[in-house]
Design a protein around this ligand. Structure first.
Ligand code: HEM
Length: 292
């Protein structure tokens, strides 16, 4: 018998693995009324969808949402910004944006930030030691990604609190709206505030450029092409948002699984060089949600 296929219902969000397994085995290309879209659960099918860009589009804000947007002005506010995001574009636009962003967002640049990221981590842990206890998500997994991305983008640390609030408002809309609220209004207010903020910061970076990602995006050039100011602003919102909730979940899920598998925790402590594959495994449980 088919289980309850309401993908956004609280029990299915709490433990999605049985439903994913059922879908893979019985209905691998499933129409979901809740998502108003197709849910594809087999790995090979997903790869094929990614590869066949002439048939399948990521451009939901230019090609799909406009049909609905006219009825909801708040949707337009969100769609206008999100339609500039790399992740919601198809080739050749995606190829162009990615080439330009790759000029600034390099492994070398992240490596250079390693000591400052380590200092952020040590600062968070020092507070925990002072308190004598911690809630891992609240005290570490939640603040860390925002602090690191702010550092990367060149956002002053005093501005992190409001930015995080606006980004979380957008997350409530993009992340699946599990609580069923009508959150377009909240999402569009969050996006509008983020755009205002990054436009202002852009003005500062133009007059006094630094070595942060936003300044580098402004200077990036590929085959004589550059990012427009609106593209820089929108993709700063993307980078802030994309690395944020995802990494919080990765850290929380990673620790959760290590605590449930103490042999794996011991192996990781004894062999810190296993960290990259431990992160990959946590990513699998975060993104692909494979049953363990
Ligand atoms: C555990 C952490 C993360 C997870 C699980 C994750 C997951 C994902 C997934 C699944 C996609 C593809 C979405 C799609 O094509 O529909 C994606 C794209 C992307 N992510 Fe992440 N992400 C993480 C961290 C980050 C961080 C830290 C950043 C940057 C600060 C970031 C920036 C991006 C960008 C720019 C894209 C678009 C790439 C493109 O379209 O070429 N992500 N991420």
């Amino acid at each position: 018998m088919a289980p309850d296929l309401a993908l956004k219902s609280p029990p299915n969000v709490q433990d999605p693995f049985p439903i994913y397994r059922w879908l893979r085995e019985h209905d691998p290309v499933h129409w979901s009324d809740g998502f108003n879209g197709w849910v594809v659960t087999r790995y090979d099918d997903v790869l094929e969808i990614f590869d066949r860009t002439e048939l399948f589009s990521a451009d939901r804000f230019r090609r799909v949402e406009p049909r609905h947007a006219s009825r909801r002005p708040e949707v337009r506010v969100v769609a206008d910004v999100l339609s500039e995001w790399l992740v919601f574009r198809d080739p050749p636009d995606h190829t162009r944006l990615r080439a330009l962003l790759q000029r600034s967002f390099t492994p070398r640049r992240l490596e250079d930030l390693r000591p400052r990221i380590r200092a952020i981590i040590e600062g968070l842990l020092e507070d925990v030691v002072a308190d004598g206890e911690m809630d891992f998500v609240r005290d570490f997994a939640f603040p860390l990604p925002a602090l690191v991305i702010a550092l990367l983008l060149g956002v002053p640390s005093r501005d992190i609190e409001p930015i995080k609030l606006w980004s979380d408002r957008l997350a409530a809309y993009l992340g699946g709206a599990v609580d069923g609220r009508d959150n377009f209004g909240e999402a569009s207010a969050g996006v509008a505030s983020l755009v205002d903020y990054f436009r202002r910061l852009l003005g500062e970076k133009i007059s006094s450029p630094g070595d942060d990602l936003m300044s580098l995006m402004l200077r990036a050039e590929h085959d004589g092409d550059r990012l427009s100011h609106e593209e820089v602003v929108s993709n700063c919102v993307l980078l802030l948002f994309a690395g944020h909730e995802t990494t919080t979940n990765l850290l929380g899920n990673g620790l959760f699984h290590l605590l449930r598998h103490p042999d794996q925790m011991d192996a990781l402590v004894a062999h810190p060089e296993l960290a990259p594959s431990a992160v990959e495994d946590s990513c699998a449980s975060t993104v692909r949600c494979l049953p363990r």
